[in-house]
Ligand binder design. Structure first.
Ligand code: GDP
Ligand code: MG
Length: 166
């Protein structure tokens, strides 16, 4: 069975850990196996997906570079209730491209997640803003709620598809 490695990246507080835990355990805000891996089927073929749930970015930029080098695919998370967290997605996306695709020739496996979709009243990011971000990034976009378990599995399945096609 093939093993894929994906890093979850984005600003602090957007829900990287909540999304990861939801994918790994099907639970919200519970303790999880620190190995962060789940076997599941994508398009009928089983695979093992190892998730690197990254912590901060700015302070640990060199560590971040190491994570990027070590990962096959990237899940970039922003919060739908915090517009400015999109800036971090753009910054991380450019770091990833610089490291994984310096000549600009290939597509790097990547998906963007707008999380906390359940917080409808606090929402700051319009669907068209998120779609525009996805188009400029050249990758699929998923709206998720780790709390309500919406959109998580499709996003992780898509990163596996992209890595397979890579
Ligand atoms: P991280 O810093 O990116 O890893 O973010 P965390 O996973 O620690 O989440 C930060 C806060 O947002 C926590 O209080 C979570 O409970 C909350 N949170 C994460 N995902 C969601 C979500 O989908 N909906 C809601 N309402 N809260 C969320
Ligand atoms: Mg976290």
């Amino acid at each position: 069975m093939r093993v894929y490695r994906a890093a979850v990246m984005g600003s602090g507080g957007v829900g990287k850990s909540a999304v990861t835990i939801r994918f790994i355990n099907g639970e919200y805000l519970e303790m999880y196996d620190p190995t962060n891996r789940r076997q599941f089927e994508v398009d009928g073929t089983p695979c093992l997906l190892e998730i690197l749930d990254t912590a901060g970015i700015d302070q640990y930029l060199s560590l971040n570079d190491l994570f990027i080098r070590d990962s096959d695919g990237f899940i970039l998370v922003f919060s739908l209730i915090q517009r400015e967290t999109i800036n971090e997605v753009r910054a991380v996306r450019e770091s990833i491209r610089r490291i994984k695709n310096p000549t600009g020739g290939q597509v790097v496996p990547m998906v963007i997640i707008g999380n906390k979709a359940d917080l409808v009243d606090e929402r700051e990011v319009e669907p068209q803003t998120a779609e525009a971000l996805a188009i400029e990034s050249g990758c699929p976009y998923f709206e998720t709620s780790a709390r309500d378990n919406v959109g998580i599995l499709p996003a992780f399945a898509e990163i596996v598809r992209q890595i397979r096609q890579h």
